[in-house]
Design a protein around this ligand. Structure first.
Ligand code: ADP
Length: 508
């Protein structure tokens, strides 16, 4: 461990504690690898197990706290996030590289999610349904489930944990949280906020470490009946297999290969702003990033020229510098992977319009920077057209019609988001119904989901659940059905009905 670095701790059983292994890993700024943020616990399975046992005690208490009071805690969480927004955004940019405007947005999403959750504490509606029998009530309500295991990626270090944690907590569950190894500091700051807001300590547990150790220990433990995961499709498949075997409730949010379609009647300047933001925002490291650009043949050459001119002028640098438009990639392997895909694209016959190499200027020399890259001449079926790259690489594909564009969009294993630029309202509505994605944007890029709407994708992107909005509250709670018979005699559902009423029973 380097001298003078701060050792951060896990939060287990109501205390900040060192990992049982005694081991730590370094967390460095991806824009400047000489900048050490701190050292974080490389925990072992025992740490996760102790945290789970504590979370069960937290659950016993929290599940009995009335939902409006749970909501009041989340209201305070939102208030504290408002106060600390700038400090957390700066810490997040330093830790994972995206520009300040984006990390401020990331915190804002957490704020919005907190306030939505707080208000849900006074709803969490069940239903009262007419019974088929007289003098009988039938109703449903939502019960907490238990300990929720929350495993998250690096690209939205605050927002994604809050999407999962806040509804889980509002529904009365306890939480064990394993943040991505690349963003443990933001995870730490979020837990400090929850504790300051008055969340009872054993209701939340933070265990840092590797996915294959700590993440796996959480997934494998039968005492964690609910798992929510965002990350790669490969890891999601491993987690899905275990959860299937153990009959756990599981929400998976995984890869994307999102396309923006630009038709020949589109406002090209609007589409240009959209694709620059969609493809190169967060350095292309969003699950909703625009990684395919499907261009109508009549505007193809003109639009590519406009795009090359603008993409070539994007300013790379530290996200803490206000002038920076594109930050670094998260780490060395990410940059290597991006570079390998550019090589694959070239071998498959694509040409590089702009970019295509690591960026290594003076201020970029000690960061994981990669030039914003546009590949042209990409055809449906090529690997760069099919596989998630998770970096600033955009593949342009030429099509002759909207039908062809929709076919190209749909012919991938993923189905997260899509976008269409057109001025034709009929084409827009046709595309909304035909594009096989969880989210479709019209005249806006493939990124930009709002916290109060359901978020998620079809096909290999997910497993049918949605985060955000009202739907996620169903995921984190069980439906309990109650029948209350106040007739004073035995009434048999499906038997004592109109067709086979009891002798003398008064029917309408
Ligand atoms: P990414 O490529 O976005 O980093 P990963 O799927 O590798 O996506 O990681 C997302 C999260 O899943 C991280 O918190 C990581 O530590 C965790 N993780 C990785 N492998 C496993 C595993 N086998 N079991 C549980 N969690 C895991």
């Amino acid at each position: 461990m380097p001298q003078n670095s701060q050792n951060f701790q896990n939060f287990i059983a109501g205390e900040w504690v060192a990992p049982s292994t005694g081991n730590y890993f370094e967390n460095r700024n991806p824009a400047d690898w000489n900048d050490l943020i701190g050292c974080f616990p490389r925990s072992g399975p025992e740490d996760a197990q102790r945290a789970i046992a504590s979370a069960q005690r937290g659950f016993a208490q929290w599940s009995k706290t009335p939902a409006p009071l749970r909501g009041a805690v989340l209201q305070r969480v939102g208030d504290l996030l408002v106060q600390k927004k700038e400090a957390i955004a700066r810490a997040m940019t330093r830790e994972m590289g995206k520009v300040l405007a984006e990390t401020r947005g990331d915190v804002q999403e957490g704020i919005d999610t907190a306030f939505y959750a707080a208000s849900e504490g006074r709803r969490l509606f069940g239903r009262v349904v007419p019974s088929e029998l007289r003098n009988k009530w039938a109703m449903t309500y939502r019960r907490p489930i238990g300990v929720a295991g929350i495993i998250t990626p690096f690209n939205f270090p605050l927002a994604i944990p809050t999407w999962k944690m806040f509804p889980a907590l509002l529904c009365g569950n306890a939480v064990i949280f394993k943040p991505a190894e690349d963003v443990p500091h933001t995870g730490h700051l979020l837990i400090e906020v929850l504790l300051e807001a008055g969340l009872p300590p054993e209701v939340i547990q933070l265990v840092h470490g590797q996915g294959s150790v700590v993440g796996k220990a959480i997934i494998d433990d039968p005492a964690v009946p609910v798992i929510s995961f965002t990350g790669s499709t490969e890891t999601g498949s491993i987690i899905g297999a275990t959860c299937g075997r153990l009959h756990k409730r599981l929400s998976l949010e995984m890869g994307g290969k999102n396309a923006m379609i630009v038709m020949d009647d589109a406002d090209l300047d609007l589409a240009l702003d959209g694709v620059l933001w969609g493809a190169f925002g967060t350095t292309g490291q969003r699950c909703t990033a625009t990684s395919r650009l499907i261009l109508h043949e009549r505007i193809h050459d003109r639009f590519l020229k406009m795009l090359g001119d603008r993409a070539g002028k994007l300013r790379l640098g530290s996200g803490l510098d206000d002038r920076t438009e594109v930050g670094p990639l998260i780490h060395e392997e990410a940059r290597q992977k991006v570079d390998e895909y550019v090589g694959i694209g070239k071998r498959e016959g694509a040409s590089v319009v702009i970019g295509g190499a690591p960026a290594t200027g003076q201020t970029l020399a000690s960061g994981w920077f990669y030039q914003p890259t546009v590949l042209a001449g990409v055809r449906a079926g090529m690997r760069v057209e099919q596989e998630e790259i998770f970096g600033p690489v955009l593949s342009a594909i030429k099509v002759g019609s909207l039908d062809e564009a929709v076919r190209v969009n749909n012919d991938v294993q993923y189905g997260l988001s899509s976008s269409l630029y057109t001025r034709d309202v009929n084409a827009a509505f046709q595309a909304m119904s035909d594009l096989d994605n969880g989210i479709t944007y019209i005249n806006a890029p493939t990124i930009g989901a709002e916290a109060h709407l359901p978020f998620g994708g079809v096909k290999q992107t997910g497993n049918g659940h949605r985060e955000g909005g009202w739907e996620v509250y169903e995921f984190y709670s069980e439906t309990k059905v109650c029948y209350i018979d106040y007739s004073g005699h035995l009434q048999r559902a499906q038997i004592d009905t109109y067709a086979e009423g009891r002798e003398g029973d008064e029917r309408v």
